[in-house]
Design a protein around this ligand. Sequence first.
Ligand SMILES: [Fe+2]
Ligand SMILES: [Fe+2]
Length: 370
Amino acid sequence: MSTHLATFDDWVAAFRSWQEDIGLDRRHLERFTFDTKYGDLASDEIAFGDFTGARRWESVRQIPDQRMRDAVLNYIVYQGDTEFASVEQQHHLYDIAPSTYDFQCLTRVMAEEMRHGYQMCHLLVTHFGHAGRLEADKLLQRRAYHHQRLLGSFNEDITTWLDFFTFTQFVDRDGKYQLRMLSHSAFAPLARSMGPMLKEESFHLGVGYDGLRRVIQAGRVPIALMQKFFNKWVPTAYDLFGSDHSGSAHWGYVWGLKGRYDEETCAAPADRERLNETARELYMVEIRALTARLNRLIPAEQPRLYLPDMTFHRRIGAYAGEPYSVTGERLQPEAYAAYLTDVLPQPADLACLAALTQTPDWLTPKQAMA
Ligand SMILES: [Fe+2]
Ligand SMILES: [Fe+2]
């Protein structure tokens, strides 16, 4: 395969065509300039794995082995894919934004996701030669709405603002974990990309949590309906941590390319056989606490929100495709399809939500940003 992209300027032109092709309204982006941002690293030394103590690699040439170079390229491709996919999923929400404030938040989130994709493609095009240009080109060719994106969460539909808040709360929060793990990378340009991306990402998480808070406090959307959106998105976020006993996570660690979430503070040696599980467990502690915080806002007579069990509706790992309930009981395989229609959002739920959200009082108001 070959690509027509020869330089990063060529890629930028392709990026503009992608915006047009997906139907993004570019007028909303006028205040944003897309740029690369590289932060400072706390240390130039590799902090974990077999190359601990050596200098981080500034160029692909310095990475000692082809398999390692391929692994870095892969991390960048997967990260970039999520960034463009989320814009494909989200931009239709412009038409149904509940307020100017929400419109502004959506604009900023999408602009920053595009910047993250831009950053990843800058790495690919400037460091990885022909293979990098080819992948940067492909990142603009897959489409979430044709289910071609690389990870499950990013092929699902976001058709409502409740999807958006639940997505940014849980799926963008997975992103925070991935970015932190890559911030420790031995490949210095990748590690340097992560600080500015993490800073921007924290705004997205805030939009998610705060959106859910506002919906609860307005008291109009039934908690049972919100729960269905948790059931839809949280299992996809669990999947994003990858399979258990992952060989690629093992090698990514041994080669110093992707660290643990808490690499700089965790004194214990890494359990290299359970890297994905360990990251997912930390994530679950965080989202459990945030869900408990939201539950404190729900009036006593109403149900509480909860996180679906680890086993429910998984597409990756030991429970992939297995018929488990949201509370982790194993179901009869024949009963599973009907069960899913009870616990996941259905057309009737979407119609109910559409009716509820016709008036802006379904979430508490916020002042537009200056
Ligand atoms: Fe992002
Ligand atoms: Fe994000």
